[in-house]
Design a protein around this ligand. Structure first.
Ligand code: 13P
Ligand code: SF4
Length: 311
């Protein structure tokens, strides 16, 4: 990269030149969020990817999100600034593992969190995100046994919310799993006027302590519209950037993780994307998401079912 280059200007120029759209998740760094054409949670990003008429999608998130964009809109060139931007939940599950588990429970319905690879999606009946999971599970006939993968924390939370018994896969998000009950309890004691809000990928002990639980977009809406002036936010710290924009006069405190040297939780997978890598990805149209067409078609079925059911 040439020294002294204006990355913001260059990214914008390349984007226009190539008719590309930049989609970014709330866990990206502030500079990436600011340059994005569209910022959203997993569900909103999937919808945007499906409906865009740009020629190219620069997906600023993690691999499974960019892959979902390709599944939904295969004629577009989908770029991910760093192919190593993975996810501990996606790594925890495989299509083969899911097939074996289903075979042990004949007649069961497999509901899978969107945080998984295409092979896992292809073995699923329904894909869900944290903003529509409850709504979709409530539409599954009561006599069906549900296998929920790969997030056991989200699964346990959904069991409580829907009253449905489920067989849970044993995966976790390493970022949300790392919140410290003791340190957050201390934060609440020190800030008696603050409300704890949490993402449902967090452990049950954190969710029980929270006054509000929701996906990234729901947490954003809550901070914006609730009458409280102070919030302790138990999700990835990148979200604070958009929260501060939507509620500039409110106090936002990242919840503490177990590691006592850290005062917030960062997803190092999400943070693999940088402005330099965005620039290079657009300039060289690489790294690109490519996939087998048969697999894509199989993975599309449960994603499309989700989109149709959560209209
Ligand atoms: P949502 O944006 O759907 O809440 O997902 C959170 C997450 O962990 C994405 O990796
Ligand atoms: Fe995966 Fe958790 Fe990172 Fe989201 S925050 S990409 S669920 S590891």
């Amino acid at each position: 990269i040439p020294e002294g280059i204006d990355l913001v200007a260059e990214i914008k120029r390349l984007k226009e030149e190539k008719n590309a759209i930049i989609l970014a998740h709330y866990y990206q760094t502030g500079d990436i969020q600011d340059i994005a054409d569209f910022l959203g949670d997993s569900l909103q990003l999937a919808r945007e990817a499906q409906n865009t008429d740009a020629d190219m999608i620069l997906f600023c998130g993690v691999h499974f999100m960019a892959e979902a964009a390709k599944i939904l809109n295969p004629t577009k060139k989908v770029l991910l600034p760093d192919l190593l931007a993975g996810c501990s939940l996606a790594d925890a599950c495989s299509g083969e593992g899911l097939r074996e588990l289903r075979a042990k429970h004949p007649g069961s319905v497999v509901v899978t969190y969107i945080n998984c690879d295409a092979g896992t999606k292809a073995e699923s009946d329904y894909i869900v995100t944290s903003s529509n999971a409850e709504h979709i599970i409530n539409q599954i006939p009561e006599d069906k046994t549900i296998i929920f993968a790969p997030d056991k924390n989200l699964g346990a939370y959904l069991m409580k919310q829907t009253g449905r018994d489920m067989i849970l896969w044993d995966g976790v998000c390493i970022v949300h799993e790392a919140f410290s009950f003791e340190r957050i309890a201390q934060q609440l004691m020190e800030n008696p006027d603050a409300k704890l809000i949490a993402h449902p990928e967090s452990d049950a002990t954190i969710l029980e302590m929270a006054e509000f639980v929701g996906s990234t977009s729901r947490l954003l809406d809550y901070v914006e519209h609730d009458e409280a002036q102070k919030f302790i936010v138990a999700t990835e710290e990148g979200i604070i950037h958009e929260m501060e924009k939507r509620a500039p006069h409110k106090t936002l405190i990242p919840a503490f993780p177990e590691d006592e040297t850290c005062s917030c939780s960062e997803c190092f997978f999400m943070k693999r994307n940088t402005m330099e890598k965005l620039y290079l990805a657009l300039k060289y149209e690489h790294p690109e998401i490519e996939m087998d067409e048969e697999l894509r078609q199989q993975a599309l079925i449960p994603i499309q079912r989700m989109l149709d059911m959560s209209k």
